[in-house]
Design a protein around this ligand. Structure first.
Ligand code: PTJ
Length: 246
């Protein structure tokens, strides 16, 4: 039992959720390593949402609202850490959820779908009838009416080469990744350098607020965003936090 008074209570509870995800067969064992890496970067950022990350979350919410066929990709870590929250975002921006896994097994895909359904998810894409060109591993398997035909895809925390393959297909990719140097972070059009447990609720709040704005306002917000500058600021945010610890 972790006492609420523990100075790192939130972070330790997040860790417990991932462990629980592994026990339920939702999260891969490799997901534990990913979480550890995320924790390290979160520590460097001060375990808080920076103003720069918050701005990227607002831009991402605007992009999802303006998209014609947005899709939210869900992996084993997301399904364990923020299942209710990702359903909330899916409803707020009217984007279906699609389980898409790197360490794919049919059993884990089905468990994730069942888990999300049991928590109230109604808008899901569950077919596996298309392939993302240029990917040779299991993550290539997608739903033709989901990720395959999406114009904007939200990819919360993942490794590797799918982001580039999606961009090569002409899609806009929004990534959530605590590591601003990762391949996915570097390749996405919008990178949210924040913990997924903070980023998703923030995005839902922004989507609710921005849903009342007109299209021009959302377009202006998106046009003013530069992901190169955003990533550079995220690295500065790490430096600033480290300097404040001296
Ligand atoms: O469920 P699967 O099979 O699709 O596998 C999912 C994981 C995450 C295991 C897989 O995609 C993987 O191996 O990813 P990596 O290479 O470990 O990369 C994950 C990235 O997410 C790293 O850059 C981490 O720093 C980052 N990350 C980890 N936890 C969080 C995070 N970013 C935001 N919030 C987190 N909680």
């Amino acid at each position: 039992m972790i006492p609420k008074s523990h100075p790192r209570y939130e972070s330790l509870m997040t860790r417990e959720k991932i462990v629980e995800g592994v026990k339920k067969g939702i999260t891969s064992t490799q997901g534990l390593i990913a979480q550890g890496r995320g924790e390290a970067f979160d520590y460097l950022l001060g375990e808080k949402t920076t103003p720069d990350a918050l701005h990227a979350e607002k831009v991402a919410a605007a992009m999802l609202l303006l998209a014609k066929t947005p899709v939210i990709s869900v992996n084993g870590n997301v399904a364990a850490l923020v299942p209710e929250e990702i359903i909330g975002l899916s409803e707020a921006v009217n984007a279906p959820l699609e389980a898409n896994l790197f360490y794919r097994t049919e059993d884990r895909v089905n468990k994730i779908i069942k888990h999300l359904h049991s928590l109230g998810a109604k808008n899901m894409r569950t077919k596996t009838d298309a392939l993302i060109p240029g990917i040779e591993h299991e993550r290539a398997k997608v739903d033709s009416s989901g990720i395959f035909s999406a114009d904007v895809v939200l990819v919360p925390l993942e490794d590797g080469d799918r982001c580039k393959a999606l961009v090569d297909m002409g899609k806009t990719v929004i990534a959530i990744d605590l590591n601003p140097l990762s391949r996915t972070a570097q390749c996405a059009q919008v990178t949210i350098v924040d913990n997924v447990v903070r980023a998703i609720p923030n995005m839902t709040r922004f989507a609710d607020e921005l849903g009342r704005s007109d299209k021009d306002e959302l377009e202006k917000l998106i046009k003013g965003f530069d992901n190169r500058k955003n990533l550079a600021k995220a690295i500065d945010d790490i430096f600033k936090h480290l300097a404040s610890c001296k």
